[in-house]
Design a protein around this ligand. Structure first.
Ligand code: G3P
Length: 227
């Protein structure tokens, strides 16, 4: 575990989906701080076409109070700037999600200088996280599950980025992504990730323990017997 100095009062929970029902369910729980989407998650919900995609982002912003990541599709600087500015203009909660490529870094610097918040996505190394922070990214998204899928401990990357950011007091937030299960969230909390973006199932998994269920059943049974 790291001995980093945390500069915020609480780990943020984002939900990683474009499904409005799941976003509402997480929001109703009262612990949701934001939403991340990507083109794959939008496709999963059947959301396509410029107008429909933009309306969907607005719908998400109207459900949650926090940041909503909306990803650009372009891979060239001019295209990313055009798309990102249009996305940022949709709603004050929008964070422009930009891929970790050369033009993406240039776009993040451009957006940062203009006060437009960004989430640098597809982070798989500490070097990528370092240059994204130098460019002024608001968030970086290391993909834990996809590293784990490739026999590399994704959690080591979180720890490495935490150390680097704390060494230089970068205020870029570590947004742990590609979280697949509940223990990923707990391990992210141990390593000091600023944000975990999770499937609803992983968030709800935090509630579970069989001894809680057994204990509650006993309390209620004793209450009934004592009436
Ligand atoms: O936030 C990124 C995430 O959606 C990727 O997750 O499970 O496709 O690796 P996964």
């Amino acid at each position: 575990m790291n001995t980093f100095v945390q500069n915020q009062t609480s780990m943020k929970f984002f939900i990683d989906t474009a499904n409005l029902d799941q976003i509402k369910e997480a929001q109703d729980l009262g612990v949701l701080d934001g939403v991340t989407t990507n083109p794959s998650l939008m496709a999963k919900e059947g959301i396509h076409g410029d107008a429909r995609v933009k309306q969907h982002y607005i719908d998400i912003c109207n459900i949650v109070d926090g940041d909503v990541s909306a990803e650009v599709i372009s891979t060239d600087f001019a295209g990313m700037v055009r798309e990102g500015e249009a996305l940022a203009a949709l709603h004050p909660q929008i964070v422009v999600k930009v891929p970790m490529i050369k033009d993406g870094i240039k776009a993040i610097k451009y957006f940062s200088d203009k006060g437009i918040r960004t989430n640098c996505t597809l982070i798989f190394s500490a070097g990528q996280a370092l240059i994204a922070a130098k460019a002024g990214a608001t968030y970086v998204s290391p993909f834990l599950g996809r590293l784990d899928d490739n026999s590399t401990d994704g959690m080591d990357l979180i720890a490495q980025i935490r150390l680097i950011y704390d060494n230089y007091m970068f205020d870029t937030q570590i947004l742990a992504a590609s979280i697949r299960h509940t223990m990923h969230i707990v391990r992210c909390a141990e390593e000091g990730a600023d944000v975990a973006t999770c499937p609803l199932s992983a968030i709800l998994g935090l509630l579970n323990h069989p001894l809680t269920d057994i204990g509650l059943a006993k309390f209620l049974a004793d209450f009934e017997a004592n009436k």
